[in-house]
Write a protein of this length. Sequence first.
Length: 391
Amino acid sequence: MTIRRVTGGGTGVEERMKNMKSSVRSDASGFSLVELTVALVVTLIISSAIYGLLAGGQSAFRREPELADRQQQARVAMDLIMKDVANAGSGLPTWVQIFTRNLDACSSCPNGGAPMGLSANRTDELELLTNDSSKDNEPACHTPGDGNSSQIRLVRNVTTPLSGPVLIIFADGTWTMMNIIGTANDSSSAGNCDGSTKVRLDFNSGAGDTSGMNRPSGTCQPNGLGVGNAGSPADGGSSITNCPNEAPGPGPCCQAAAISFTQIIRYRIRNDTSGIPMLQRASSVDLSCGAAFPCYQTVARGIEDLQVQYTNAAGASTNGAPAVVANNWGSLVTQVQVTLSSRSEARNIQGATGDAIGNRMRGSLTWAGSPRSTLIALALQPSPAPSPLWR
């Protein structure tokens, strides 16, 4: 076998081997700058999307419970108000003013007046009368001194012990609330009393009256707690003819027409000690706070505005309760529209609206109700009926 020794050209082989090694190292050296930039951009896009999802979920986690609580507070409050509106006037004479007047934007209401609501508007208050019919009204036959006395006589002649707060309804539909401290027999024939023994109710003030309601100057006025509208000139001016045994003319009619075991209900908005607005309800039969009316209980938290609009049978709408004029069917209130505005307590939530103390979730609920007693009275009114009235 002949063995050849190859000489020469070794340099080219070695260079080729070096080039191959160099090429392999170049291919495995890593990403280029362009590739790295693209990868970072894609990573940022994906991270931003994930962060947006997480942030949205966290915001919804905070927002939805606050939104649900705000809506629930408003619904619960509205349901209670509408029930009271539907029962307003039950068991009372047709021409009694069952909704207290002058409570629109109530800056002069008791206990400091209503606070400022949305857009710096003052909130309304709502007060109404109702009777659960557990006790019948007691017709009155005489008011000594035309309301300047602290005694009232009833038509019935059987003495049954009566005590506690009652509504005194006067012949012009105005009323006040006084506290019966005792009863006695009286045979006076003054007024329309017939001289037989009658029940006399005493509304004396002083040591016998622990409620603070009664006044020494008589019954024809708001009581010592400021409750009632008696004593003010009745609506109608010189055309007043509904005060028995008196000539028509302006001024109040202070002749008591009936004693009613009526409940007074009032709604208002006040802030608690931490500044949270609350819708409060007071009932004259609620003594849970150990005090005489008004005894306010919280109905709903976060209710910052209460607006009330009234519509009478003649179709006129007013922000305050309209006057109810005797024998004028069109003056009866047939609809009460209530708007409650509520807010969340948590601030700076997505979708919140701003105010002076931080962003909050806000919303409103509007509903309308009709007093059943008024609708029944209109349905039973004598014909021919004035128009337009409720059908």
